[in-house]
Write a new protein. Structure first.
Length: 155
């Protein structure tokens, strides 16, 4: 399975927020959204990735792009992770049913039971505008990938 390519419709999904609510496909079609699928809270590469993304979040917000992190960790783990890092990127849990949203986006790493590292930019038209998937979960993608994609989309 591979990450959904540009032009694909955003699948129906529901992720749990730290507040106990649901974050669904309606939220990502209400505004431009960067879904950041990452393997595990507190892992070294995920820590680096989310800190780097948090640094560019204000610039992306100026271009109308919000960032959300998605992992199969429980919400309390994600909250502790974000608090420890001091980041503002909203965390969404794909914990139960485990990996359902990651599977829908084509980024679930079945043998490890985690999402692989991937980016999915969605537009307000309900479609994937751009996507990227690492060759394996240990790859730290350069933030420039996202910045270049947003610029190429003219956002």
């Amino acid at each position: 399975m591979a990450v959904l390519p540009a032009g694909s419709p955003v699948p129906r999904f529901s992720l749990q927020t730290a507040e106990g609510g649901a974050f669904t496909q309606d939220a990502v079609t209400a505004e431009r959204t960067l879904l950041v699928f990452y393997p595990n809270a507190f892992s070294p590469v995920c820590t680096d990735q989310l800190q780097l993304l948090d640094e560019v979040a204000p610039g992306l917000a100026e271009r109308g792009v919000s960032i959300v992190g998605v992992s199969c960790d429980a919400t309390y783990s994600q909250k502790a992770f974000a608090d420890q890092l001091g980041i503002s990127i909203r965390q969404l849990s794909d914990f139960e049913p485990k990996g359902a949203t990651s599977r829908a986006f084509g980024v679930y790493f079945e043998s490890a039971g985690i999402p692989t590292r991937a980016y999915v930019l969605t537009g307000t038209d309900g479609r994937v505008a751009w996507s990227w998937e690492g060759e394996h979960p240990g790859v730290l993608p350069p933030v420039k990938l996202v910045l270049d994609a947003v610029a190429e989309l003219g956002w």
